[in-house]
Design a protein around this ligand. Structure first.
Ligand code: G6P
Length: 610
């Protein structure tokens, strides 16, 4: 996830943009860049890999006078984090400058077309194509040219564009990635979020998907991509700089829970095509090893290990390969059999977890092909493995994982389907059904939030004094039960256990009573009836039942005390939606108990020691 900031107005743009970038650094940073234009139309560009401090040093004492500019902190998606791939990017003429957050899904096709038409592209990024498309369309009006370029783009973007001959104008565009315009009557700003501009104004226009903002120092005109006006109301935000980083949410965790639809969209961009196929080019070099594999070993810790359980289930559902999850701390000292025919998949948000990295080293020594799934470009795991799939979820600040869990699940499911396709064990119809479900998943996650966010507070208050909680699920909902219990215990310090529902009767049922509720993850599945029986066993012990169920499931509606409804989806994707109310529930229980939600006691975001 990148950070964008742009300025047009009477003051010096350079210092304003650099200060804005500093406030956006929390969004991720592997490189940064700035482009400035003075009144004569002279352009200055500097880009540096690494932290923002590198860019600061590079432009110290030589920041030119400028009244217009764009700046960017990058979190690499297409192309390694180098000086060259850092934003801003220019067209062939150097007239047009673009910064971008998001992913242009059809960038390869666009690049090929541009090259065939004689353009020279100098970076590996998807973004640069946009500058050249604007160049092709430019006929004296930047907003018109940007709209024309946008009509050719597929994917997710927040874009800001300037032209060095139009020195009091910025053009912004938003599709599935946040972008705002800040105004104060004399100068205007474009930014990824309010935190970047709060020092200068609290008057903000929040752009919506499909908006194109024609920004002048005196104000903004918003249209759609065809130039039809889209009047947008100005909001006066009453946030402290700290609150602005949290997008107005009280905690990063709540913000990140709400970011899940966007995180899923970004994570799935380019992976699930309209052609009904999954796309995982990262494993192309392992195709032969994957076809020859005889089993799959997944390794992960904490939340990632629960996501891995869904991945293992998907691999077993769609291939003839046995797939097993072992937590890293067990794997490293008591490894499963490993050889060249064992595919190892390591899942880690941070990419730095010592207990997950050690097993990959072991696997490498034994000659196993290894795939990593991580959120962090440049992290240690990326240097230890043969192929890396990035989650593209954006930085997660809260210690307790939320958006990285849902994107780990979807990335693993996509990888499982890609493995099955390579081995010829998944037919077109099954793949197309999965792809269709994945393509609608971000919207379904938004609906799950809409259904549950307003009532999670009341629900949490009703259960907050419970002695403990028993979370249960079956099949794909079992990992969601484990993750729901983990969220609750991590941040609220209330005891919660996750169990396979069928195991209740073999022990933990003795814990159930009026003070220990049963939280049943009972979304639609092939074992739904069995889970209903398990819920009835709990009810018979006076346990209150809080269920997560698929919208329209009257049976669960009748037997549970409280139900959190979520939309229907592919069974193996159900944890992505089922976890949403459980995250919200854990969050509100923690707030009610007054804990430090974003930094719970005794925990760290990244555990680099044993
Ligand atoms: C820590 C965090 C957990 C996380 C686990 C694995 O214990 O507190 O939230 O799930 O590490 O982290 P990773 O970065 O490897 O996914």
């Amino acid at each position: 996830m990148c950070g964008i900031v742009g300025y047009t107005g009477p003051r010096e743009a350079g210092p304003i943009l650099m200060a804005g970038l500093k406030r956006l650094e929390y969004r991720g940073y592997d490189s940064a860049g700035i482009a400035l234009v003075d009144e004569a139309g002279d352009l200055f560009v500097e880009k540096k890999a690494g932290k923002l401090a590198n860019l600061e040093t590079a432009i110290a004492d030589r920041t030119p006078h400028a009244a217009l500019g764009l700046a960017h902190t990058r979190w690499a998606t297409h192309g390694r984090p180098t000086d060259l791939n850092a934003h801003p990017h220019q067209d062939c003429t150097g007239e047009i400058t673009v910064i971008h957050n998001g992913i242009i899904e059809n960038f390869q096709e666009l690049r090929d077309g541009l090259v065939a038409r004689g353009h020279t592209l100098t970076s590996d990024t998807d973004t640069e194509a946009v500058a050249h498309l604007v160049e092709e369309a430019y006929a004296g009006d930047l907003a018109d040219a940007v709209r024309s370029a946008l009509r050719q783009l597929e994917g997710a973007y927040a874009l800001a564009v300037m032209h060095r001959r139009e020195v009091s104008r910025l053009v912004g565009a938003r599709m599935n990635v946040p972008l705002i315009v800040g105004l104060n009557g004399e100068e205007s700003f474009i930014a990824s979020d309010v935190s970047a501009i709060l020092a200068h104004t609290n008057r903000v226009v929040f752009l919506e998907d499909g908006d194109v903002a024609d920004v002048r120092p005196s104000g903004v005109l918003v249209t759609d991509v065809n130039g039809e006006p889209r009047p947008r109301r100005e909001t006066v935000v009453d946030w402290t700089p700290e609150a602005a980083e949290k997008g107005g949410f009280e905690h990063f965790m709540l913000k990140e829970i709400h970011e899940q639809p966007d995180a899923l969209r970004q994570s799935l961009a380019g992976r699930v095509g309209r052609d009904g196929h999954v796309h995982v080019p990262e494993i192309a070099t392992l195709a032969r090893a994957i076809r020859a594999a005889t089993r799959v070993e997944l390794v992960a810790c904490g939340t990632a290990s629960y996501a891995a359980l869904v991945g293992a289930a998907a691999i077993q559902a769609w291939t003839d390969l046995p797939a097993r999850v072992t937590v890293g701390s067990e794997f490293r000292y008591d490894p499963p059999p490993l050889d060249a025919r064992t595919l190892v998949i390591a899942v880690t948000q941070s990419g730095e977890t010592a207990d997950t990295i050690a097993p990959t080293r072991l696997a490498r020594e034994r000659g196993s092909p290894i795939v990593a799934i991580t959120n962090t470009v440049g992290s240690a795991i990326t240097r230890e493995t043969d192929a890396v799939l990035f989650l593209q979820a954006g930085p997660e600040i809260a210690v307790a994982a939320s958006k990285t869990f849902v994107t780990q699940v979807t990335t693993l499911v996509v990888l499982a389907a890609a493995i099955a396709r390579l081995r010829g064990s998944m037919d077109d119809a099954a793949e197309a059904e999965l792809v269709a479900a994945l393509r609608t998943l971000p919207a379904a996650a938004a609906r799950a939030l809409e259904l549950n966010a307003p009532r999670a507070y009341d629900l949490a208050r009703r259960y907050v004094n419970s002695r403990g909680f028993m979370f249960v699920g079956r099949g794909a909902t079992y990992p969601a039960a484990l993750e729901g219990a983990l969220k609750l215990k991590e941040i609220s310090y209330v005891h919660a256990e996750g169990y396979a529902a069928g195991e209740l009767k073999h022990g933990p049922i003795s814990l159930l009573d009026a003070e220990c509720p049963l939280v049943a993850v009972a979304t639609r599945s092939h074992t739904h009836d069995k889970l209903v029986s398990n819920i009835m066993e709990g009810r018979a012990r006076d346990a209150r039942v809080l269920a997560v169920a698929t919208e329209g499931d009257d049976q669960i509606g009748r037997i549970a005390d409280d139900v959190c409804w979520v939309p229907d989806t592919h069974e193996l994707l159900s944890p992505v939606l089922a976890i949403v109310p459980l995250q919200l529930f854990a969050y509100h229980v923690a707030v009610a108990r007054g804990t430090d939600v974003d930094q719970p006691r005794n925990l760290a975001k990244s555990v680099t020691v044993e």
